[in-house]
Design a protein around this ligand. Structure first.
Ligand code: SF4
Ligand code: SF4
Length: 154
């Protein structure tokens, strides 16, 4: 009988084919025991995640805090966050969302063509419709709008 496979999914087993990279912002609180952990290296090497540190308060032998953006595939971001928690790092996600000022939107559809997640479409009256649950907050629509009515809230 062949050996049973470990059920826990490894980051390397997730195919890179599907989806779209997305960005998540997190606050990481490091215990003193993890202060030397090369977290951005681990994220890049094992989860193909690009990190952008927005703020760092870390001193040797003490606890530390990082505010960081992570760009990667959604499944790998989930796994990376789980891994950090297993290491004892407290992870607090900073919620971000996209807002459309529909009163000022001219329903030109320019943002629809850049939304690879399928979160934008024109309805039967040719008005922009935002399907928020599909939005990955990739921010592509922000710069595509000629009248600047798309904003990211954090
Ligand atoms: S941020 Fe804009 S372009 Fe990106 S998924 Fe959301 S609606 Fe679509
Ligand atoms: S690009 Fe801007 S104006 Fe055009 S449909 Fe999208 S949100 Fe509305």
């Amino acid at each position: 009988m062949p050996p049973k496979k470990n059920k826990k999914q490894d980051a390397s087993e997730i195919p890179n084919t599907s989806s779209l990279k997305t960005r998540r912002r997190v606050v990481l609180d490091f215990p003193a025991s993890q202060i030397q952990t090369p977290i951005t290296y681990i994220l890049a090497k094992e989860y193909d995640i690009a990190s952008n540190i927005l703020r760092a308060e870390i001193a040797p032998e003490e606890t530390g805090k990082l505010v960081m953006e992570m760009d990667g595939l959604p499944d790998k971001l989930d796994l990376a966050i789980e891994r950090m928690k297993e290491l004892g790092i407290r992870v607090t996600e900073i919620a971000r969302k996209v807002t459309f000022d529909m009163d000022s939107c001219i329903h030109c559809g320019a943002c629809i063509s850049v939304c690879l997640a399928g979160a934008l479409k024109l309805d039967k009256d040719y008005h922009l419709e935002f399907i928020e649950p599909k939005c990955t907050v990739c921010e592509m629509c922000v710069t595509s709008c000629p009248v600047d009515v798309v904003t990211i809230n954090i």
